[in-house]
Design a protein. Structure first.
Lengths: 409, 78
């Protein structure tokens, strides 16, 4: 099915730390249950928007030891996800050729909590007390950097920053690296833990966030007529990617193929999507072309579906126009909230699991579908059946779009 | 309280290092404290003991005993 100009690339390991739980199983089960995870967040007390989707029970000190104090939370989440993914792929960093292992981990904001904490130190105690760890904790490429340090991954190492598409851009970039032979294995994904008073105030004042603060569990409601914005989440997802031929030789399980990647720019507005989803359409078509697929081949879409009034209508119009009415669409953000730079990676992992298990998760909180959303949205309960082709959409502020196409192995 | 005791308390409070891990012979490397941590250690020493450790002096510290000696020589108040 895929274009034979390039070798096939397989997804052989998954690692997830999400508002559904720590680990792939907990996260996937939460997504299948289809219930919102947003809760009132004490860290946001006194703000206009006081809810978020946190990773339940995540304690960096417990999972990573005392060095956790030197790691911003977005790095902590990524390290735990990377460790799970490597183990899941049955790989051993003690014996792999690290020079052939790349890392691409996207992040939208970097260490916002560190930045804010140290800004307070500057104002309260003066410049001489600003932590020497400020910069290494805060810079967004440090998740990828620490993964290399922990797991002896010495190949190309970078962070992609395309806002809410960063995780998908990372995985697409990893696909290119494997096709070109720059690496044999890539740990690819995204991470974000930027739920702070400052960032939430900024998002809230853009009117990007849901105001349903008296009912957090139902606040993220993609494609529903009563949606009023997204709920900010923290999360990390890491996928192990390798050429399918290598995976076969290792005899390791392949969740799915990463068959295509398409990227584009709206060139339209800093935050609003193009009303007809023109940029998104270009990215979807590019991903399908790259995978050697036709629009009618798509069984399932893991949508960007943020639960904002603008995104969900423009995305739905675009999907209907490009794919027709056959593909069933889910936004897992109804469960997870919007993990910004991590989102595309979680959703790529959920797409791989959808193919692997033959089950499409439901879109949480879809009670009354917006009449302008003329697509088949999976809701209420998981939908079982063979799923061979999935696309995963991600669209970032700045108009940056990244779409991944996954197929059954 | 001695300068050593004070350092042990500081390492526990600010760096999460258990008191029973720390001896005069402990190296900062064994305690997982790198050069950036030693800058932070110097800031804490200045705050808690009223003496300034320069960046050059901090770079020379290998063991907790080195830090005790330096801080005592500078007249650290504990």
């Amino acid at each position: 099915m895929s274009d034979q100009r390039f070798p096939d690339v397989a997804i052989t390991g998954l690692g997830l730390v999400t508002p559904g739980g720590i680990g792939v199983d907990a996260s996937w089960q939460a997504v299948l249950r289809g219930e919102g995870t947003a809760t009132t967040d004490p860290a946001l007390e006194g703000l206009g928007v006081t809810m978020s989707c946190r990773v339940p029970g995540f304690d960096g000190n417990e999972l990573l030891g005392r060095r956790a104090r030197k790691l911003d939370r977005f790095v902590q989440l990524a390290l735990v996800a990377a460790k799970e993914a490597i183990g899941d792929a049955d790989l051993d960093p003690d014996s792999w050729d690290g020079s052939r292992v790349g890392v691409v981990i996207g992040c939208g904001m970097g260490g916002a909590p560190t930045w804010e904490e140290q800004h307070s130190v500057l104002l309260d105690r003066g410049h001489s007390r600003v932590s020497p760890h400020l910069i290494p904790r805060m810079i967004p490429n440090m998740a990828a950097g620490h993964v290399a340090m922990d797991f002896a991954a010495h190949g190309p190492n970078l962070c992609t920053a395309t806002a809410c598409a960063s995780g998908a851009t990372a995985i697409g970039t990893a696909l290119d690296m494997l096709r070109l032979g720059r690496c044999d294995i890539v740990l690819a994904g995204g991470t974000e833990a930027g739920i702070t008073p400052l960032s939430i105030s900024g998002f809230a004042n853009m009117t990007a966030l849901s105001n349903r603060v008296d009912d957090p569990a139902h606040a993220s409601r993609p494609f529903d007529v009563d949606r009023d914005g997204f709920v900010a989440a923290e999360a990390a997802g890491v996928l192990v990617l390798e050429r399918a031929e290598d995976a076969r030789a290792r005899g390791v399980r392949q969740y799915a193929r990463l068959a295509g990647y398409g990227a584009s720019a709206d060139g339209h507005h800093v935050s609003a999507p193009h009303p007809q989803g023109a940029g998104g359409e270009m990215a979807v078509r590019a991903a399908l072309d790259d995978a050697g697929l036709a629009p009618g081949d798509v069984d399932h879409v893991n949508a960007h579906g943020t639960s904002t009034p603008l995104n969900d209508v423009s995305e739905a119009r675009m999907l209907r126009r490009v794919l027709g009415d056959r593909a069933a669409v889910t936004s897992t953000k109804g469960v997870t909230g919007h993990a910004l730079g991590g989102a595309g990676a979680l959703e790529a992992a959920f797409s791989a699991l959808t193919i692997h298990h033959g089950v499409m998760p439901p879109t949480a909180n879809l009670e009354s579908q917006d009449s302008e959303v003329d697509i088949d949205v999976v809701s209420k309960a998981p939908r079982e059946g063979k799923v061979e082709v999935v696309i995963s959409d991600s669209f970032g502020f700045g108009g940056q779009n990244a779409v991944l196409a996954l197929t059954a192995s | 309280m001695t300068v050593f005791d004070k350092i042990v308390t500081m390492l526990d409070d600010k760096f999460g290092i258990d008191a029973d891990e720390v001896t005069m012979e402990s190296t900062f490397e064994e305690l997982d404290l790198d050069s950036l941590d030693l800058v932070e250690f110097s800031m804490a020493a200045e705050d808690d003991m009223g003496v300034k450790i320069t960046d050059d002096e901090a770079a020379e510290l290998k063991t907790v005993g080195d830090a005790v000696k330096l801080l005592e020589a500078k007249g650290a108040s504990v």
